[in-house]
Design a protein around this ligand. Structure first.
Ligand code: SF4
Ligand code: SF4
Length: 117
């Protein structure tokens, strides 16, 4: 009896759409409530370093002399603390998944000099 049932399931499986998708070429819609990942608007950043101090995971590094803002997305736990504390509102949580990667790396951004009015 069990063998018939299993055989039927296997046979039907030959004609069904696959349950899996070809990620990352295909992607499912983000579920409601997904926290996503941190995105920085470097044009507004003043390199104050508050986000670095508030991050509980040491995922952010602000280098004022070199004018870089760096995040280790593999350490970030999406708590949103940096987003809430940034005085220039240049950080947001974008509700999409971080881009897939084959190796651990840091995302580093150059922060331009402030434009003079
Ligand atoms: S808290 Fe905001 S302005 Fe300050 S370094 Fe971080 S991203 Fe830049
Ligand atoms: S969301 Fe939280 S863990 Fe991620 S970088 Fe910001 S403060 Fe750090």
């Amino acid at each position: 009896m069990g063998g018939f049932k299993l055989g039927g399931m296997t046979f039907r499986g030959l004609f069904k759409e696959p349950e899996t998708i070809q990620y990352p070429a295909q992607q499912k819609p983000a579920p409601a409530g997904l926290k996503g990942h941190v995105v920085v608007d470097v044009q507004k950043c003043i390199l104050c370093g508050i986000c670095q101090k508030r991050c509980p995971c040491d995922a952010i590094a602000v280098n004022k002399p070199e004018r870089t803002w760096t995040i280790n997305r593999f350490a970030c736990v999406q708590c949103g603390s940096c987003v809430r504390e940034c005085p220039k509102t240049c950080l947001v949580m974008e509700p999409t998944y971080t881009a897939p990667s084959t190796s651990k790396h840091l995302d580093s951004f150059d922060v331009p000099e402030a434009q003079k009015a």
